[in-house]
Write a protein that binds this ligand. Structure first.
Ligand SMILES: [Zn+2]
Length: 174
């Protein structure tokens, strides 16, 4: 994966790289958002605005992938496992961990932090989406991010919340 990739910089001692296949995904996502999603979701804005929204959203999406991988890598580092690099490619991101975790507990911690990081990000996007007024250009970007990362989680969260309330009410509210 390091072959055919470009180094963007270093974060916490970890090389951040993009594989050439990433550019295809990036262009495809930005393009489909600028010409398909945003003009439908927020009609009446200029073509330039749609492109800016498309590019910013695609960057945010890959930024979220990078933060997810950083989550894995930083926990691995804290458990004494060095991570050489994180590479973004067409299907997401991959952390190049130098050795296997020595205990099942470490392995679990390194694995679980990824979804937890994504959950925190989705929660953040969801919260931002609820604070920003609707109808602005920013809310269009917010809508997209909500669609990509938070919708499924939002459904799960709502279901859990309803269940929790039902259970609490059955014992206390009556
Ligand atoms: Zn992961």
């Amino acid at each position: 994966m390091t072959q055919g990739s470009l180094k963007l910089g270093t974060l916490a001692g970890i090389d951040i790289r993009v594989h050439y296949t990433w550019f295809f995904a990036f262009v495809l996502i930005a393009w489909s958002l600028a010409l398909g999603y945003f003009p439908t979701a927020n009609a009446g804005l200029g073509a330039g605005t749609y492109w800016v929204l498309g590019v910013v959203s695609a960057l945010l999406l890959f930024g979220s992938v990078l933060v997810h991988e950083l989550g894995h890598s930083l926990v691995a580092g804290a458990r004494g496992i060095r991570v050489d690099s994180i590479t973004l490619f067409i299907f997401g991101g991959v952390s190049n961990i130098t050795k296997e975790a020595s205990t099942a507990r470490d392995e679990f911690l390194i694995a679980v932090v990824g979804p937890v990081t994504s959950l925190v990000l989705a929660g953040l996007f969801w919260a931002i989406g609820h604070v920003l007024p609707a109808g602005t250009a920013l809310s269009a970007g917010r809508n997209l991010l909500a669609t990509y990362t938070a919708r499924r989680l939002g459904v799960i969260e709502k279901r859990l919340w309803r269940k929790l309330r039902r259970n609490t009410c059955s014992t206390r509210c009556a």
